[in-house]
Design a protein around this ligand. Sequence first.
Ligand code: ADP
Length: 330
Amino acid sequence: MTRQTALKLSIGYLITLMAISIGFSTVLYRVYSNELNRGLHRQGTYFLQFQPITEFDDLRQQQLDEGLGHLRGNLIIFNLAILVIGGVASYGLARRTLRPIEQAIEAQNRFTADASHELRTPLTAMQTEIEVALRNPTLDKKETKELLKSNLEELAKLKQLSEGLLRLSGSNGHQILVEPVELAEVIKDALDRVILAASHKQIKITTKLKSVRTKGDQANLTDLVAILLDNAIKYSPEKTTISLKLHRDTHHALVEIRDQGFGIKATDLPHIFERFYRADPSRSKEKTEGYGLGLSIAKKIANVHRGSISVVSYLGKGSIFTVTLPLAKA
Ligand code: ADP
């Protein structure tokens, strides 16, 4: 399909090119033949005094035919050359034009395939549970409640997944980043969201916050910090410490989240910001919930704010995620 589209596009380019070239050649041929005719006519009035009129007319016609014949030959060669060179160049240009479109379609297809795959797991689980329950003629109230509870859990997962997908699909990518945001506030709000999960695992979170401002959307920035904190908690053993630091350099605000968790393998590191990527969970004894969307959402929020996220990780010792954002001018 790609080769066919490129071919169609290049034929379009080539037709345009040839129309211009043939049009240009026709005009050139007309102008040249007029000029030649006029030149020979001028010459004629001078030579007429030495030669009889019929002889001169023959000579003039012969010269005219010869000159135009030459021009025709040259123009045909020129147009053939344009056809060959233009054909190759048009195909190359068409392939180049189509490449980014192809890549975008490919990414979109991959995204849809991955999303459908992730959606299928909780849906299949729900379907199986309901089918088994319906086949059971002695289903009592307690079992029904259990089934509904399990279905509700799967639905919560589906909701979480669809929210993640919606955020990644990116309608909020073009907001105007004019509002100054106090990052210490953002961090406090994010901490409020994760404090319960941290206390369940008896994880202590220490903070060192300076007053630093960036421009952007407070709610999105809170989501970004909450995602990183949530991960730090999920991928750390119980009774460890997470330290959170907010500081600045000359041009940037820096949010640093340091955990004492399982760490990330060097082979996984380049992929963790990809959609649906989850590193091998076997290192953590418990099964961690998630769809591998958190970090890609975090990265997207950072990018929208013209910032970035970097990570350093030591396997078995912990990870440091650093968010860099531009400073709001005072
Ligand atoms: P999820 O947490 O839903 O799997 P994320 O996109 O948030 O998805 O993270 C991708 C992967 O990166 C996780 O599956 C995990 O393996 C790894 N990861 C992220 N943060 C940490 C962390 N602080 N410590 C160890 N591994 C992490």
